[in-house]
Design a protein around this ligand. Structure first.
Ligand code: K7E
Ligand code: CUA
Ligand code: CA
Length: 640
């Protein structure tokens, strides 16, 4: 166990040791290792807890027919979707398509979904790839209110809204002027109007800095590259405003009083090459004074960029040196930090150090004091900067004053007490802030606890998104699943409950009590202006080349057993599912026409296509609905 591992001689080493040493060697190779491979002394004392052998009672296993007590909303990474899990079982219940097409439901195939996703003038989808990282839900009074969730697409800088009644995406907005939209967080109330105690804004941090305008003319002027922090209206999904900043944005957090939003920055250097981004010993956590920014926008103190009409205020360092008028505050934190998380007591934001073995605790009242001219240096808002271990990335909370931070390089989760960390930082070296450590498998990124970033953090379950699963699951080829591990945090010691393989490549997730959602199981016909409300209204309606085919489904039959088109017809086919009972979904596929979609009970969808292939085509129901499901067909005849 004590041999010195090297990247060149992995034989005989545990995989975890090898991964660690390789990763550290990788950092050291560019001369940037922030600390030695040994664990920090302050953190080493508490030892490592292990899962009790055969602890099946706390495995999260549910008996057949039992329901989970928590929902989890997971990002799907570069599958581009959102996933819904049940916890503690870890069962995946559904995937919600948003940014990329989905063959199960016909997302990106129906006219309705294409209108949400966005099309080119020729009707093709504008984008068919996405990279979702962060999921957050709307708040009321500091807890989730079950209205919406939002998710980012890093590739094309889009934000999608998911309705949490139907678990479907209803709007997507592309952010102007930016690239690499990464961090996302809704506000938790209005900064000025106390009556508005719910989410009305969503903040979006863009990671990559680009020339403005990005027209290919000034690519070599890297000093002038900039990025922006964006505010999206929670209801309209319009971009309300943007803030031009120095450095970059990574993750995003918001305060419980609605006054502050923040993003951690790993590239204050403005580097365009790998090593340049790690040149400085400290980067920043950048705070935004939301009310002042909105005042500045109202007062017309903004510019616009490119073709966008979105007001952009100046949040750069130079323009914001006077605290009394500042819109932004840059707080210095070490080094290439990752993750900024708001503690459920509303008092602190915590930045994990990534290349520094530390977490930085920032007290929010002190940040506000600086904006009010009552604190001479904004860096004095830092109340703790304590060592945790190697590669700290993200932090979750149990509502009992403890924080749980992933240590990517150590392949551990460290549980630490925030108040004791503040005491330790304040000079009380007897304060033992590290409470517990647990090995995870392996190299964890995101972490979240049940109800973690709400006022109702309940300290029951902790989920850890492990980026490498190595030998934890049956081998299934070179692409490994990720390992989402569930940990019981109800006691003093963390207890590992279960491993769950998940298809790549989730990043962040939230976990909340199931009673916070009231999902609907059946649509209402009136929600769809194009609904075919009666089978008698079915038929082929022709206006020259434009042809409307209107039909209904009622198990086990479509309302049209056959219909005839002419070659070259521009067809819109509308299907309403008149079945009213829950779980009675039908599908409709058209061979050779690349069409397949589903209609849920009382739902209407439409597809448009050119009838360019003559012949007989059997439309059939793709979703098993009835004993006579296979007989559920309709004959489409396209005359030559
Ligand atoms: Cu949330 Cu993975 Cu995009 Cu950290 S990032 S791990
Ligand atoms: Cu309708 Cu299968
Ligand atoms: Ca840096």
């Amino acid at each position: 166990m004590n041999e010195k591992p090297t990247a060149a001689a992995p034989e005989g080493l545990g995989r975890r040791r090898f991964l660690n040493s390789a990763a550290v060697a990788g950092l050291a190779g560019v001369g940037l290792a922030a600390c030695s491979e040994d664990k920090p002394a302050a953190a080493g004392a508490a030892g490592t807890s292990a899962a009790p052998a055969g602890a099946s009672s706390s495995s999260g296993h549910l008996k057949p027919g039992e329901l989970d007590t928590y929902y989890g909303l997971w990002s799907g990474g570069h599958t581009g979707d959102m996933r819904v899990l049940g916890l503690p079982s870890g069962r995946e219940i559904t995937r919600i398509p948003c940014f990329v097409p989905d063959a199960l439901v016909g997302w990106g195939i129906t006219n309705e979904s294409k209108a949400i996703m966005g099309t080119k003038p020729n009707g093709d989808l504008r984008y068919t790839v996405g990279d979702t990282h962060h999921v957050h839900a709307s708040y009321k009074d500091g807890n989730y209110d079950g209205r919406y969730a939002w998710i980012n697409d890093k590739i094309n800088s889009r934000i999608a809204r998911i309705r949490l009644d139907y678990f479907t995406c209803d709007k997507i907005t592309e952010l102007p002027n930016v690239q690499g939209f990464h961090g996302i967080f809704p506000d938790k109330r209005d900064p000025v109007d106390p009556a508005i105690n719910y989410t009305t804004r969503v903040f979006c941090g863009a990671e990559f800095h680009v020339p403005l305008p990005n027209d290919g003319k000034a690519a070599d002027k890297t000093d002038a590259y900039r990025t922006m922090f964006s505010c999206v209206d929670a209801e309209t999904m319009d971009v309300r405003w943007q803030v031009l900043i120095d450095g970059n944005c990574d993750l995003t957090a918001t305060s419980y009083d609605g006054k502050l939003a923040a993003t951690n920055q790993y590239n204050v250097e403005g580097g365009v090459k790998f090593a340049d981004m790690m040149a400085a010993e400290r980067d920043a956590c950048l705070f935004f004074h939301v009310a002042r920014i909105e005042e500045a926008v109202k007062a017309g103190k903004f510019k616009t960029y490119g073709g966008s009409k979105v007001p952009v205020v100046d949040g750069t360092r130079k323009a914001n040196e006077d605290p009394k008028t500042a819109l932004t505050a840059y707080i210095s934190v070490p080094k290439n930090p990752h993750g900024v998380n708001a503690s459920p007591d509303g008092k602190y934001f915590i930045c994990a150090g990534k290349l520094s073995p530390t977490a930085t605790v920032i007290e929010l009242t002190k940040v506000l004091d600086w904006f009010d001219g009552k604190l001479d240096k904004v860096d004095k808002a830092i109340v703790a900067e304590v060592e945790l271990g190697l590669g700290p990335l993200h932090t979750a909370f149990d509502g009992r004053g403890n924080a749980y931070t992933t240590l990517f390089l150590d392949s551990q989760v460290v549980k630490w007490n925030v108040a004791d960390a503040i005491k330790f930082h304040g000079g009380d070296k007897t304060a033992k802030y590290v409470v517990d450590r647990i090995d995870v498998h392996f190299q964890p990124g995101h972490i979240n606890a049940s109800q973690s970033e709400t006022t109702k953090a309940d300290g029951k379950y902790l989920c850890v998104g492990c980026k490498f699963s190595k030998d934890r699951f049956l081998p299934a080829g070179p692409l490994h699943p990720e390992n989402e591990q569930l940990i019981d945090i109800s006691g003093d010691k963390m207890v590992l409950m279960a491993d769950h393989p998940v298809r790549g490549e989730p990043h962040d997730f939230i976990i909340f009590k199931r009673e916070l959602l009231r999902p609907k199981m059946v649509y209402t016909l009136d929600e769809f202006p194009n609904a075919v409300k009666d089978p008698k209204d079915s038929g082929v309606f022709r206006k020259g080349k434009k042809v409307e085919v209107r039909m209904t489904s009622l198990a086990p039959a479509f309302s049209l057993t056959e219909f005839t088109l002419k070659r070259g017809d521009e067809v819109t086919l509308t299907l309403t599912n008149l079945d009213k009972i829950q779980d009675l979904t039908h599908g409709l596929a058209i061979p050779k026409y690349n069409i397949n979609f589903i209609v849920n009970p009382q739902e209407t969808k439409s597809v448009s296509f050119i009838a360019d292939q003559p012949g007989v085509f059997w439309l059939y129901c793709t979703h098993f609905c009835h004993a006579l499901h296979l007989e559920m067909r309709s004959r489409m005849i396209v005359e030559a």
